[in-house]
Ligand binder design. Structure first.
Ligand code: NAG
Ligand code: NAG
Ligand code: NAG
Ligand code: NAG
Length: 364
């Protein structure tokens, strides 16, 4: 497999879509008051790092059907940068990574996959190495920070998801939320002190709708599910965690009034996409994994996508979930449509569609 094209079916986020306009069929032009993108997160936005992290256990993302679709121009995974190229952005995200350090989970008896989990603080250490090795002087580094946009997450879904999927109660996991958010805010503050001027912390998608959570927390009581079939208690937990994050972001904004620090409503965008799919022609597939096998949700953690004999669905565009943990391209593309305008606006970008080729003209 060609390394330069290492790009999973699952691993592209709406923010990357915003910046490269990849999901759009119309010719579009985006002018943003920044030039570079740096992203910290998990498998939602990993463009290949996870397969370069040394590991004793094989990583499913290193096997087909991952990495068959496309790569992004001008954006590189940190662990596979080419020193003779220049990039518009570097992705530090690593699939399966949590916010909190591994010791947090160890002390609570929660297992983290033996491959590829690089906590947020370690990703930021990579970023510092990158900055100091790429730019010689403090002035050059400050200039780069000032002209960049930094994205912190989606990532904390893993902190919560690992705990829930391994039997921790909602009540217990609720107590982790402030610790997770405080860690994210500490890191955001550190990046601002390094010169960052624009940050987005997107919060979490509705984990209670994800095949891996639905499979791990089955209930016979139908009142535990909402009208789409998602677990209410899990989504309530995510909503209250996201609310707390928004409060923490507001506080951080008071601390740094000249810095753009935004929440990104990934929950709302993802829930809307799932709801539309549930009421659409393939509604029965809305909570079912495309690549996977077994159970009500076509998901089995022991026979993960990429393992031998695990089938891939014929029409991924009919699905929202790719491998039980990540979304399909189709779902990301739908989310892009829902989230792009607000996100561009908060970043001070303007976008227009060329009216010669389309009668749609949008400006934000
Ligand atoms: C690195 O980039 C240079 C210049 O574009 C190219 O010639 C070379 O093949 C690249 N190396 C790898 C390993 O991709
Ligand atoms: C189902 O859950 C509801 C709400 O928690 C509860 O009132 C009800 O007794 C439960 N039903 C069964 C059959 O356990
Ligand atoms: C935000 O600041 C207020 C006032 O200092 C404080 O009471 C609250 O706990 C803070 N919230 C978070 C989430 O940090
Ligand atoms: C719009 O598209 C047409 C046809 O591709 C092109 O000739 C024109 O230069 C474009 N206009 C702008 C403002 O980009």
């Amino acid at each position: 497999m060609k390394l330069a094209s290492m790009k999973g079916q699952n691993i592209i986020s709406f923010c990357l879509l915003i910046l490269v306009g990849a999901a759009s069929s119309q010719p579009q032009h985006v002018n943003c008051p920044f030039l570079y993108l740096y992203h910290f997160g998990d498998g939602f936005t990993d463009v290949g790092n996870s397969i370069y992290v040394p590991s004793r256990t094989p990583n499913p993302a290193a096997r087909l059907p991952y990495a068959t679709d496309f790569g992004l121009p001008h954006l590189a995974p940190y662990l596979n940068m080419n020193a003779s190229e220049t990039y518009d952005g570097v992705i530090f995200s690593v699939a399966r990574s949590p916010v909190l350090d591994i010791s947090f989970f160890q002390s609570r008896g929660i297992k983290i996959p033996p491959y590829a989990a690089v906590p947020l603080s370690a990703q930021v250490r990579w970023f510092k190495n990158y900055l100091t090795s790429t730019f010689r002087t403090p002035k050059e580094r400050a200039n780069r920070m000032e002209n960049s946009f930094l994205f912190l997450g989606d990532i904390e879904g893993n902190d919560i998801g690992y705990a829930l999927a391994q039997g921790k109660s909602i009540e217990e996991v609720r107590t982790y939320a402030p610790l997770i958010i405080q860690a994210q805010i500490r890191i955001a503050r550190e990046l601002i002190r390094m010169g960052a001027t624009r940050l987005i912390i997107p919060g979490n998608a509705p984990l209670g709708c994800f095949p891996y959570i639905l499979t791990a927390m089955p209930s016979k009581n139908s009142t535990d599910y909402d009208e789409l079939g998602c677990l209410k208690s899990v989504n309530d937990l995510i909503i209250s965690k996201n609310d707390y994050l928004q409060q923490a972001i507001r506080n951080l904004t008071l601390e740094f009034p000249n810095i753009i620090i935004n929440y990104g409503a990934i929950y709302d965008g993802a829930y809307e996409v799932i709801r539309d799919a549930s009421y659409g022609p393939n509604g029965e597939l809305a909570l079912v994994s495309c690549c996977g096998t077994g159970g009500n949700y076509n998901y089995d953690s022991k026979k993960f996508c990429g393992s031998p004999q695990v089938p891939v669905c014929r029409y991924p565009n009919q699905y929202i979930f790719w491998d039980g943990i990540h979304f399909t391209h189709h779902a990301y593309s739908r989310m892009e449509t829902i989230l792009i305008e607000p996100a561009l606006r908060t970043l001070g970008c303007t976008r227009y569609v060329n009216s010669t080729t389309s009668n749609l003209r949008a400006s934000v």
